[in-house]
Write a protein that binds this ligand. Structure first.
Ligand SMILES: C[S@@+](CC[C@H](N)C(=O)[O-])C[C@H]1O[C@@H](n2cnc3c(N)ncnc32)[C@H](O)[C@@H]1O
Length: 414
């Protein structure tokens, strides 16, 4: 029995969405039931079902948005790190046809399993284009042969850093690139040296670190497009569970590159009193010294990062419509995603940096009041406020922090 045969003998059948598929038993390869070991012969993480469900509705929304654009006919999607092929197969089943799905993985065993999974779901071998390449090399090949996919999905172990630039080059103009980053310790500020090394950016371990990480990845993505005079428009940018997931469209033009740069800057933060402020790239205009204007302590900073909108609201609305029109069999996380996307739609209007109510109340040494009461007081004071998809214990608002603190203290004392 060769190595492939021995590995294939250990496969089990699972179901996700409308797909049955062969995979390895993830419980045999996890320490605590969540962190999967790389020794799993072909990767499958059941927890990432939400990510796959989200991708499904996003790519369908995008397919519908571009349905009248000849440039996107047939709609082509490159699942560049396909592993068991579960994402490719769910897309193949769910998206409108005609469609071309390219399913790629560097691991040859993954390809064997994808072939078996095609058969298991009564697809033919011709329904999917299977490739066994390094993803960055595949993107260059697609670009060189002018076979620009309408969408590219990047879902690596850890950092996506080296795949972003070739993917932005390979995708069709006006196309959509979906990127997952699981190196959250790096982007969230726990490993600043690694962040400098991998992204050439300064992270910031602040009270809103998950949003900083998301914005660092968006900025990093934008500047990878700029050398080709391309620019990005974020369609949806999420930081949840243990990963970051962004979907950006890629366009060409000097004006757009300039707009990207105008949406880039730095985040300033005071570790003592939680004051925060964003400034643009041109530090001559910032008028900020090294001390916090509220408490005088030394401020910290992160960046450059994306300071513009995280989502395109029209696209988010379209995605919600697609979700509403899908069944629970197609999108197992339908309930969870409905809640998430409705928050996403509302949060876009607020300035960068959420307020972690628990951390703020700890700082003030007061108990945390109900979020609904806090939101009501903020509205009564003439400001906007709402939830953030990133953390249920946090809110987003345009209220200055000193006024928010007054509200939190007053509610505690009332
Ligand atoms: C996190 S898994 C992908 C999971 C899959 N997208 C899913 O939803 O189940 C990462 C995959 O990337 C593959 N991979 C790692 N480096 C690669 C590279 N340079 N090019 C292509 N695939 C690669 C691995 O073999 C692995 O199957």
């Amino acid at each position: 029995m060769d190595n492939f045969e021995a590995a294939l003998a250990k496969l089990i059948i699972r179901e996700e969405g409308e797909i049955k598929f062969y995979t390895f038993d993830s419980t045999q390869y996890s320490d605590s039931g969540s962190a999967l070991k790389k020794s799993m012969p072909v990767f499958y993480n059941p927890i990432q079902e939400v990510n796959r469900s989200l991708s499904q509705i996003v790519y369908r929304a995008f397919q519908q948005v571009t349905a009248d654009d000849e440039h996107f006919q047939p709609f082509t999607i490159c699942d560049s790190m396909a592993a068991s092929g579960i994402r490719s197969l769910r897309l193949l089943k769910y998206l409108d046809h005609p469609i071309k799905v390219i399913s790629n993985d560097l691991n040859p065993l993954a390809l064997k399993i994808i072939e078996k999974n095609l058969e298991l779901n009564n697809f033919s071998r011709e329904d999917l284009e299977l490739t066994n390449e390094d993803a960055a090399f595949l993107f260059s090949k697609l670009h060189n042969s002018r076979q620009y996919p309408s969408s590219i999905d990047i879902d690596p172990f850890g950092t996506p850093n080296i795949f972003i630039e070739p993917a932005l080059r390979a995708v069709a103009l006006r196309g959509l690139v979906g990127i997952t980053a699981t190196d959250t310790a790096v982007l969230f500020g726990v490993k600043p040296t690694a962040c400098a090394r991998k992204y050439n950016l300064r992270c910031l371990r602040s009270s809103f670190l998950k949003e900083v990480g998301l914005r660092l990845l968006l900025y990093y993505t934008a500047i990878r497009a700029h050398p080709y005079m391309n620019y990005i428009e974020p369609q949806m940018s999420l930081s949840f569970e243990h990963y970051i997931r962004i979907f950006v469209r890629v366009f060409k033009g000097k004006g757009g590159v300039n707009r990207n740069l105008a949406n880039s800057g730095y985040m300033l933060w005071c570790p003592k009193c939680d004051w925060r402020k964003t400034i643009g790239l041109d530090l001559r205009n910032s008028q900020v010294g090294s001390s916090c204007p509220l408490c005088g302590s030394k401020i910290d900073y992160g960046g450059p990062l994306w300071i513009g909108p995280l989502h395109d609201n029209l696209f988010v609305e379209k995605t919600i419509l697609v979700l509403n029109g899908s069944t629970k069999e197609q999108i197992p996380s339908k309930k969870r995603l409905t809640k998430l996307l409705n928050i996403v739609k509302e949060e876009n209007q607020f300035p960068p940096g959420y307020y972690d109510l628990h951390k703020l109340c700890d700082l003030l040494n007061v108990s945390v009041s109900k979020s609904t009461d806090i939101l009501q007081k903020i509205h009564a004071a003439g400001f906007q406020a709402g939830m953030t998809h990133i953390d249920p214990r946090a809110i987003k608002s345009d209220i200055p922090i000193n006024l928010l603190k007054e509200i939190l203290v007053n509610l505690h004392n009332s």
